[in-house]
Design a binder for this molecule. Structure first.
Ligand code: AMP
Length: 225
């Protein structure tokens, strides 16, 4: 692996601020951004077969089956722009997904640089998600904590902000349950591999971002030794 190649995973519960951190990290580093939730929502908007299959799982806060998600991610990671580094957001979410990713990395002679775990307590998540609004392009705001300059409109492209259908309180509970059951085992998984880095997601987005950047800078220095 070249010492400049960054292959990062953002891990954490829904509403931890992964998307916000991803936006900032993409301004810092030229990373291919691979967000499975965005890809699945896009497939649904397009009315593709994939979108149709994913729809029912997403609407009730369930995970989309591994074989579907693994397929779209591995295909995306083989694209040219992902060759020099990527940022995975929302994948892997299960141990079989993490195993599939590890196998693919092995085949390609690449490795994960770090897994960035953004931690936030459940009660805080429910508060955050209920006020979350998104633009068509997937930029996130919060009506109270991170409001757009003009109410209901994206600062960047002016499109109308909406609430995701799976951000309703009942579906959020289901998503959190899934996170604790299926995704949180990945914390140990990556800790054992020495890849896990923890961040306090209850801090401000800027503090979390500064901390992540400092961690990445240290990782790069270590890599060059
Ligand atoms: P997100 O935008 O990451 O919160 O994802 C929204 C929804 O898409 C999730 O609640 C799941 O239904 C589905 N989804 C996204 N990523 C995955 C994944 N890696 N595995 C299974 N389902 C996923």
């Amino acid at each position: 692996m070249s010492s400049t190649e960054l292959n990062l995973i953002l891990l954490g519960p829904p509403g931890a601020g992964k998307g916000t951190q991803a936006e900032r990290l993409r301004e810092d580093f030229p990373l291919a951004y691979v967000a499975t939730g965005d890809m699945l929502r896009e497939a649904r908007r397009e009315g593709s077969e994939l979108g149709g299959k994913a729809q029912e799982f997403m609407a009730r806060g369930d995970l989309v089956p591994d074989e579907i998600v693994i397929g779209i991610v591995l295909e995306r990671l083989s694209a040219d722009d992902a060759r020099d580094g990527f940022l995975l957001d929302g994948f892997p979410r299960t141990v079989p997904q993490a195993d599939a990713l590890a196998e693919e990395m092995g085949k390609l002679g690449r490795r994960i640089t770090a897994v960035l775990l953004v931690e936030v307590p459940d009660e805080e998540i429910v508060k955050r998600i209920s006020g979350r609004r998104v633009s068509k392009a997937g930029r996130t705001y919060h009506v109270e904590y991170d409001p757009p300059k003009r109410a209901g409109r994206c600062d960047v492209d002016g499109t109308q902000l909406v609430q995701r259908e799976d951000d309703s309180p009942e579906v959020v509970q289901a998503r959190l349950k899934k996170y604790h059951e299926a995704t949180s085992p990945l914390i140990d998984y990556y800790e054992v591999l020495g890849l896990l880095r923890r961040f306090d997601g209850s801090r401000s987005p800027t503090e979390v971002h500064d901390h992540i950047r400092a961690t990445i800078a240290t990782l790069r220095l270590e890599d060059q030794l």
